[in-house]
Design a protein around this ligand. Structure first.
Ligand code: FAS
Ligand code: PHB
Length: 396
């Protein structure tokens, strides 16, 4: 087979890139390791920067989001178990956010792909990238085999002009850049988040919590689907967190005024996510270009992961479209352009994670210093604007 752009990974980055390239008439094929249902089964991001909202609308992907999404005007942080500071992002920086789950976005992207008859190869095993530093890269994989590997399966080959590595943190694309040419920056946090979905009415606001027992977060997916998180030790498993313990810990980390508004109920999904900051430089190698989690990971505290993937795809699609039409300039600048925004979001997510979580070995001084910064944030319009402009998303 032959195409112009081979896209590795059919998560939000890969399928949004495919959607934009299709509208520009650029031929492409998406190659995904998992099944379509497996990709759709993942519960991940929930808050969209306004730039992401406008991007989805611009490419005809906003109809269900505008119908079912919930627009937020404030970021709220509970602290010391009694205070709640509220940052009005419209007052401070003239922008809003949208609560609309990544799962919904993925469903919308797959539906659009079906409508245009997109070429997405699911359950591709042993994906490998070849000749990335030549003018004729290619991708191989095995399909139709037994459960794992190429045993009994056919080996497929796709010749292409460019490869977009949208295959996430554990993918093959970043690993296809020689280690000697990659520089990686990583910070692993000494805790995780346990998250649940419950079919209960959510709080009307997005509420973070700093508490000496640890971080908490109240979010939503729809008027009858709530998303909650509680900081937990990395050594914990889901089995350590029966629903009763989860609700007790969450409510115990909130002021009574908020806790008494929370409607508890049985969890319909429960998972633990580790927290890490990671950036791989550069985000390109020959004809390979990385986008999304393939190149960077942020702790979900700042709600940046999915939004960064969208920004990368916007820059990369612009570069690929220009290159396929004879102008190599934007693509040559892709890595530098994307990394400038990546590091902005990585730093912001690191800062907010440090402000809101209880670190092992944290002293009473450390807790007080966090609470003083939260007090300053509650009192200073300038401090609130500085946080709000990064939370709702800086201009592309
Ligand atoms: P993805 O990982 O979503 O997609 C990569 C795709 O590539 C996957 O479908 C994978 O199966 C496929 N793939 C992997 N290896 C392959 C190979 N060798 N060949 C072919 N395909 C391959 N972000 C937030 O903003 N807020 C959150 O609350 C939040 N929570 C998260 C919780 C978890 C557990 C995780 C892992 C991430 C979370 N994120 C969150 C971040 C997340 O939303 C990512 O930023 C987002 O999925 C990035 O999208 P992609 O870059 O497309 O990567
Ligand atoms: C979510 O709704 O899943 C969510 C919201 C805000 C975050 C992280 C996750 O910072």
């Amino acid at each position: 087979m032959r195409t112009q752009v081979a896209i590795i990974g059919a998560g939000p980055a890969g399928t949004l890139l495919a959607h934009i390239l299709a509208q520009a008439g650029i031929e492409h094929v998406v190659i995904e390791r998992q099944s379509r249902d497996h990709v759709l089964s993942r519960i991940r991001a929930g808050v969209l920067e306004w730039g992401t909202v406008e991007t989805l609308r611009r490419y005809g992907l906003g109809e269900r989001m505008d119908r079912d999404g919930h627009v937020h005007n404030t970021i709220n942080i509970a602290w010391r178990g009694e205070e709640v500071l509220s940052i009005d992002t419209v007052d401070r920086v003239g922008k809003r956010m949208m609560a609309y789950g990544q799962t919904n976005i993925q469903e919308d992207l797959y539906r659009a792909a079906d409508e245009r008859g997109a070429a997405i190869v699911f359950e591709a095993d042993d994906v490998a990238l070849h000749d990335l530093t030549t003018d004729h890269p290619s991708v191989t994989w095995s399909s139709g085999g037994s459960s794992g590997g190429s045993a009994g399966g056919r080996t497929e080959r796709l010749d292409c002009d460019y490869v977009a590595g949208c295959d996430g943190f554990h993918g093959v694309a970043r690993q296809s850049i020689p280690a000697g040419l990659r520089r990686e920056f990583e910070k692993v946090y000494p805790f995780g988040w346990i998250g649940i979905l419950s079919e209960t009415p959510p709080l009307p606001i997005l509420l973070y919590a700093n508490h000496e027992r640890g971080f908490g977060l109240c979010s939503m997916r729809s008027p009858m689907l709530s998303r909650y998180y509680v900081q937990c030790p990395l050594t914990d498993t889901v089995d350590d967190w029966p629903d009763d313990r989860f609700w007790t810990e969450l409510l115990g980390r909130l002021p009574r005024s908020q806790a008494e508004q929370i409607v508890t109920g049985p969890s319909i999904e429960k998972s633990i996510a580790p927290l890490r900051s990671f950036v791989a430089e550069p985000m390109s190698h020959g004809r390979l270009f990385l986008a999304g989690d393939a190149a960077h990971i942020v702790p979900p505290t700042g709600a940046k992961g999915l939004n960064l993937a969208v920004a990368d795809v916007l820059y990369l699609s612009h570069g690929l479209i220009a290159a396929c039409k004879g102008d190599p300039g934007p693509l040559e600048r892709y890595s530098d352009t994307a990394l400038r925004r990546v590091w902005g979001s990585v730093r912001f997510s690191w800062w907010l994670t440090g402000l809101l979580h209880r670190f092992p070995g944290q002293t009473d001084f450390d807790q007080r210093a966090q609470e003083q910064e939260l007090y300053h944030l509650s009192q200073s319009a300038l401090a609130q604007a500085a946080m709000a402009e990064q939370y709702v998303g800086l201009p592309y």
